[in-house]
Design a protein. Sequence first.
Length: 280
Amino acid sequence: MASYDEEIPDSEKVKLASGFILNAPPGEFNEVFNDVRVLLNNDTLLKEGASKAFSKYNQDQFTPVKVPGGSHKTLITKHGEVDATTYFDPRSAQNFAFDHLRKEASDPAPGNVDQGAESYRSVIDKAIQGYVEDHYPSGVSAVYGSGGTVTVCIEDHKFNPNNFWNGRWRSEWTLTTGSGDLKGVLKAQVHFYEDGNVQLISQKEVKESISAGSPEQAAKNVVSVIEKAENEYQTAISENYSTMSDTTFKALRRQLPITRAKLDWNKILHFKVGAEMSKK
Protein backbone atom coordinates (compact mmCIF):
# COMPACT_ATOMS: atom_id res chain seq x y z
CA MET A 1 0.00 0.00 0.00
CA ALA A 2 1.33 3.41 -0.95
CA SER A 3 2.31 5.76 1.86
CA TYR A 4 0.26 8.89 2.45
CA ASP A 5 3.50 10.86 2.10
CA GLU A 6 4.28 9.38 -1.30
CA GLU A 7 4.29 11.96 -4.10
CA ILE A 8 1.57 11.45 -6.74
CA PRO A 9 3.04 11.41 -10.26
CA ASP A 10 2.14 14.33 -12.55
CA SER A 11 0.42 11.95 -14.96
CA GLU A 12 -1.94 10.79 -12.21
CA LYS A 13 -2.60 14.38 -11.14
CA VAL A 14 -3.54 15.30 -14.71
CA LYS A 15 -5.80 12.26 -14.97
CA LEU A 16 -7.64 13.20 -11.78
CA ALA A 17 -7.91 16.86 -12.78
CA SER A 18 -9.25 15.92 -16.22
CA GLY A 19 -11.85 13.66 -14.64
CA PHE A 20 -13.17 16.48 -12.45
CA ILE A 21 -13.32 18.87 -15.40
CA LEU A 22 -15.08 16.45 -17.75
CA ASN A 23 -17.75 15.82 -15.12
CA ALA A 24 -18.39 19.50 -14.36
CA PRO A 25 -22.16 20.18 -14.46
CA PRO A 26 -23.42 22.55 -17.15
CA GLY A 27 -22.70 26.18 -16.36
CA GLU A 28 -20.19 25.27 -13.64
CA PHE A 29 -16.98 24.76 -15.62
CA ASN A 30 -15.28 27.84 -14.13
CA GLU A 31 -16.08 26.82 -10.55
CA VAL A 32 -14.73 23.30 -11.07
CA PHE A 33 -11.68 24.62 -12.93
CA ASN A 34 -10.84 27.05 -10.11
CA ASP A 35 -11.20 24.32 -7.48
CA VAL A 36 -9.01 21.93 -9.47
CA ARG A 37 -6.49 24.72 -9.95
CA VAL A 38 -6.20 25.15 -6.19
CA LEU A 39 -5.89 21.40 -5.60
CA LEU A 40 -3.25 20.91 -8.28
CA ASN A 41 -1.35 24.11 -7.45
CA ASN A 42 0.48 23.99 -10.78
CA ASP A 43 -1.03 26.15 -13.54
CA THR A 44 1.43 25.01 -16.18
CA LEU A 45 0.71 21.33 -15.55
CA LEU A 46 -3.04 21.98 -15.50
CA LYS A 47 -3.19 23.93 -18.76
CA GLU A 48 -0.77 21.71 -20.66
CA GLY A 49 -1.84 18.36 -19.24
CA ALA A 50 -5.59 18.88 -19.13
CA SER A 51 -6.00 20.87 -22.35
CA LYS A 52 -7.63 17.87 -24.07
CA ALA A 53 -10.20 17.73 -21.27
CA PHE A 54 -11.08 21.40 -21.86
CA SER A 55 -11.79 20.82 -25.55
CA LYS A 56 -13.63 17.55 -24.96
CA TYR A 57 -15.83 19.19 -22.33
CA ASN A 58 -16.81 22.03 -24.67
CA GLN A 59 -17.49 19.61 -27.52
CA ASP A 60 -19.55 17.25 -25.36
CA GLN A 61 -21.57 20.13 -23.91
CA PHE A 62 -22.23 21.74 -27.33
CA THR A 63 -20.88 25.02 -25.97
CA PRO A 64 -22.48 27.93 -27.85
CA VAL A 65 -20.30 30.79 -29.08
CA LYS A 66 -20.92 33.95 -31.09
CA VAL A 67 -19.40 33.69 -34.54
CA PRO A 68 -16.80 36.44 -34.97
CA GLY A 69 -17.96 39.04 -37.45
CA GLY A 70 -21.46 37.53 -37.57
CA SER A 71 -24.80 38.05 -35.87
CA HIS A 72 -25.51 34.42 -34.98
CA LYS A 73 -24.11 31.77 -32.66
CA THR A 74 -22.78 28.34 -33.49
CA LEU A 75 -21.81 25.31 -31.41
CA ILE A 76 -18.48 23.82 -30.46
CA THR A 77 -18.79 20.17 -31.51
CA LYS A 78 -16.58 17.38 -32.78
CA HIS A 79 -18.24 17.74 -36.19
CA GLY A 80 -16.85 21.26 -36.60
CA GLU A 81 -13.37 20.57 -35.21
CA VAL A 82 -10.58 21.56 -37.61
CA ASP A 83 -7.81 21.20 -35.04
CA ALA A 84 -7.43 21.55 -31.27
CA THR A 85 -8.22 25.29 -31.24
CA THR A 86 -9.94 25.85 -34.60
CA TYR A 87 -13.58 25.16 -35.47
CA PHE A 88 -15.83 25.46 -38.51
CA ASP A 89 -19.16 27.26 -38.59
CA PRO A 90 -21.20 25.63 -41.39
CA ARG A 91 -23.75 28.47 -41.64
CA SER A 92 -21.19 31.16 -42.47
CA ALA A 93 -18.72 28.70 -44.01
CA GLN A 94 -15.81 30.05 -42.00
CA ASN A 95 -13.25 28.77 -39.54
CA PHE A 96 -12.47 30.55 -36.28
CA ALA A 97 -10.09 30.21 -33.37
CA PHE A 98 -11.67 29.19 -30.07
CA ASP A 99 -10.28 29.69 -26.57
CA HIS A 100 -11.51 26.71 -24.54
CA LEU A 101 -11.03 28.48 -21.20
CA ARG A 102 -12.44 31.90 -22.05
CA LYS A 103 -15.13 30.41 -24.33
CA GLU A 104 -14.41 33.10 -26.93
CA ALA A 105 -14.08 32.93 -30.73
CA SER A 106 -11.76 35.06 -32.86
CA ASP A 107 -9.79 35.24 -36.12
CA PRO A 108 -12.44 34.24 -38.70
CA ALA A 109 -11.19 32.81 -41.99
CA PRO A 110 -12.79 31.06 -44.99
CA GLY A 111 -13.45 27.36 -44.36
CA ASN A 112 -13.84 24.33 -46.59
CA VAL A 113 -17.40 23.48 -47.64
CA ASP A 114 -18.44 20.02 -48.79
CA GLN A 115 -20.31 21.06 -51.93
CA GLY A 116 -21.71 17.57 -52.39
CA ALA A 117 -23.65 17.82 -49.13
CA GLU A 118 -24.42 21.54 -49.20
CA SER A 119 -27.72 21.29 -51.09
CA TYR A 120 -29.23 19.15 -48.31
CA ARG A 121 -27.33 20.82 -45.46
CA SER A 122 -28.38 24.39 -46.24
CA VAL A 123 -32.10 23.58 -46.64
CA ILE A 124 -32.18 21.47 -43.47
CA ASP A 125 -30.26 24.19 -41.62
CA LYS A 126 -32.89 26.78 -42.49
CA ALA A 127 -35.72 24.49 -41.37
CA ILE A 128 -33.93 23.68 -38.10
CA GLN A 129 -33.41 27.38 -37.37
CA GLY A 130 -37.16 27.89 -37.51
CA TYR A 131 -37.81 24.86 -35.31
CA VAL A 132 -35.31 26.00 -32.67
CA GLU A 133 -36.71 29.54 -32.62
CA ASP A 134 -40.19 28.14 -32.01
CA HIS A 135 -39.27 25.65 -29.29
CA TYR A 136 -36.15 26.82 -27.44
CA PRO A 137 -35.98 30.28 -25.78
CA SER A 138 -32.20 30.56 -26.08
CA GLY A 139 -31.58 27.67 -28.44
CA VAL A 140 -28.61 27.42 -30.80
CA SER A 141 -28.22 24.99 -33.68
CA ALA A 142 -25.49 23.92 -36.08
CA VAL A 143 -26.04 21.73 -39.13
CA TYR A 144 -23.06 19.99 -40.71
CA GLY A 145 -22.79 18.24 -44.07
CA SER A 146 -20.23 15.65 -45.10
CA GLY A 147 -20.57 13.24 -47.99
CA GLY A 148 -24.03 11.72 -47.82
CA THR A 149 -24.56 12.64 -44.17
CA VAL A 150 -26.19 15.67 -42.55
CA THR A 151 -25.75 16.14 -38.79
CA VAL A 152 -28.01 18.43 -36.74
CA CYS A 153 -26.87 19.63 -33.31
CA ILE A 154 -29.22 21.57 -30.98
CA GLU A 155 -28.40 23.15 -27.62
CA ASP A 156 -30.29 25.22 -25.08
CA HIS A 157 -29.54 25.97 -21.44
CA LYS A 158 -30.72 27.82 -18.40
CA PHE A 159 -28.18 28.75 -15.76
CA ASN A 160 -29.56 30.03 -12.45
CA PRO A 161 -26.71 29.96 -9.92
CA ASN A 162 -28.45 32.47 -7.63
CA ASN A 163 -31.07 29.79 -7.00
CA PHE A 164 -28.53 26.96 -7.03
CA TRP A 165 -29.48 25.15 -10.23
CA ASN A 166 -28.26 24.89 -13.83
CA GLY A 167 -29.49 22.83 -16.76
CA ARG A 168 -28.71 22.06 -20.38
CA TRP A 169 -30.51 20.37 -23.28
CA ARG A 170 -28.61 18.75 -26.15
CA SER A 171 -29.74 16.73 -29.13
CA GLU A 172 -27.82 15.35 -32.07
CA TRP A 173 -29.46 13.97 -35.21
CA THR A 174 -27.72 12.24 -38.12
CA LEU A 175 -29.43 11.79 -41.49
CA THR A 176 -28.09 9.51 -44.20
CA THR A 177 -29.56 11.18 -47.29
CA GLY A 178 -29.28 8.13 -49.54
CA SER A 179 -31.21 5.70 -47.32
CA GLY A 180 -33.29 8.15 -45.30
CA ASP A 181 -32.06 6.68 -42.00
CA LEU A 182 -32.35 9.22 -39.19
CA LYS A 183 -30.74 8.60 -35.80
CA GLY A 184 -30.95 10.88 -32.77
CA VAL A 185 -29.51 11.14 -29.29
CA LEU A 186 -31.37 13.36 -26.80
CA LYS A 187 -29.71 14.48 -23.57
CA ALA A 188 -30.95 16.44 -20.56
CA GLN A 189 -28.74 17.38 -17.63
CA VAL A 190 -29.80 19.40 -14.59
CA HIS A 191 -27.88 20.11 -11.37
CA PHE A 192 -29.53 21.21 -8.09
CA TYR A 193 -27.13 22.13 -5.30
CA GLU A 194 -28.98 24.10 -2.64
CA ASP A 195 -28.24 22.37 0.69
CA GLY A 196 -27.42 19.22 -1.26
CA ASN A 197 -26.16 17.87 -4.55
CA VAL A 198 -28.58 16.22 -6.97
CA GLN A 199 -28.11 15.72 -10.71
CA LEU A 200 -30.44 14.55 -13.44
CA ILE A 201 -28.53 12.99 -16.33
CA SER A 202 -30.90 11.52 -18.89
CA GLN A 203 -30.39 10.22 -22.42
CA LYS A 204 -32.58 8.67 -25.08
CA GLU A 205 -31.77 7.26 -28.51
CA VAL A 206 -34.16 7.46 -31.46
CA LYS A 207 -34.12 5.68 -34.82
CA GLU A 208 -36.45 6.52 -37.69
CA SER A 209 -36.60 6.18 -41.46
CA ILE A 210 -37.82 9.10 -43.57
CA SER A 211 -38.30 9.99 -47.22
CA ALA A 212 -35.39 12.17 -48.34
CA GLY A 213 -35.85 12.27 -52.10
CA SER A 214 -35.20 16.01 -52.25
CA PRO A 215 -33.61 18.53 -49.86
CA GLU A 216 -36.99 20.19 -49.22
CA GLN A 217 -38.73 16.89 -48.50
CA ALA A 218 -35.87 15.76 -46.27
CA ALA A 219 -35.93 19.03 -44.29
CA LYS A 220 -39.68 18.82 -43.70
CA ASN A 221 -39.53 15.19 -42.56
CA VAL A 222 -36.44 15.70 -40.39
CA VAL A 223 -38.09 18.56 -38.50
CA SER A 224 -41.30 16.53 -38.11
CA VAL A 225 -39.46 13.59 -36.54
CA ILE A 226 -37.31 15.81 -34.31
CA GLU A 227 -40.30 17.79 -33.05
CA LYS A 228 -42.29 14.67 -32.20
CA ALA A 229 -39.40 12.84 -30.53
CA GLU A 230 -38.20 15.80 -28.48
CA ASN A 231 -41.71 16.74 -27.34
CA GLU A 232 -42.39 13.16 -26.24
CA TYR A 233 -39.08 12.91 -24.40
CA GLN A 234 -39.52 16.20 -22.56
CA THR A 235 -43.10 15.31 -21.66
CA ALA A 236 -41.98 11.91 -20.33
CA ILE A 237 -39.34 13.56 -18.12
CA SER A 238 -41.91 16.01 -16.72
CA GLU A 239 -44.43 13.23 -16.01
CA ASN A 240 -41.76 11.10 -14.39
CA TYR A 241 -40.83 13.87 -11.98
CA SER A 242 -44.45 14.52 -11.10
CA THR A 243 -44.72 10.97 -9.75
CA MET A 244 -41.21 10.57 -8.28
CA SER A 245 -42.25 11.84 -4.84
CA ASP A 246 -44.55 8.83 -4.49
CA THR A 247 -42.17 6.30 -6.02
CA THR A 248 -38.42 6.90 -6.29
CA PHE A 249 -38.02 9.42 -3.49
CA LYS A 250 -40.25 7.36 -1.21
CA ALA A 251 -38.06 4.32 -1.85
CA LEU A 252 -35.01 6.30 -0.73
CA ARG A 253 -36.51 7.00 2.70
CA ARG A 254 -36.48 4.57 5.60
CA GLN A 255 -40.08 3.41 5.98
CA LEU A 256 -39.64 2.70 9.69
CA PRO A 257 -37.27 4.26 12.22
CA ILE A 258 -34.31 2.24 13.43
CA THR A 259 -36.48 0.80 16.23
CA ARG A 260 -38.59 -0.88 13.51
CA ALA A 261 -41.73 0.60 15.09
CA LYS A 262 -43.96 3.40 13.87
CA LEU A 263 -43.93 6.65 15.79
CA ASP A 264 -47.16 7.59 17.57
CA TRP A 265 -47.15 11.31 16.88
CA ASN A 266 -50.30 11.90 18.96
CA LYS A 267 -48.64 10.36 21.98
CA ILE A 268 -45.53 12.48 21.45
CA LEU A 269 -47.71 15.58 21.24
CA HIS A 270 -49.40 14.66 24.55
CA PHE A 271 -45.99 14.15 26.19
CA LYS A 272 -44.91 17.57 24.99
CA VAL A 273 -48.09 19.25 26.25
CA GLY A 274 -47.76 17.50 29.59
CA ALA A 275 -44.14 18.59 29.93
CA GLU A 276 -45.08 22.20 29.21
CA MET A 277 -47.88 22.10 31.81
CA SER A 278 -45.59 20.62 34.45
CA LYS A 279 -43.18 23.51 33.95
CA LYS A 280 -45.96 25.93 34.71
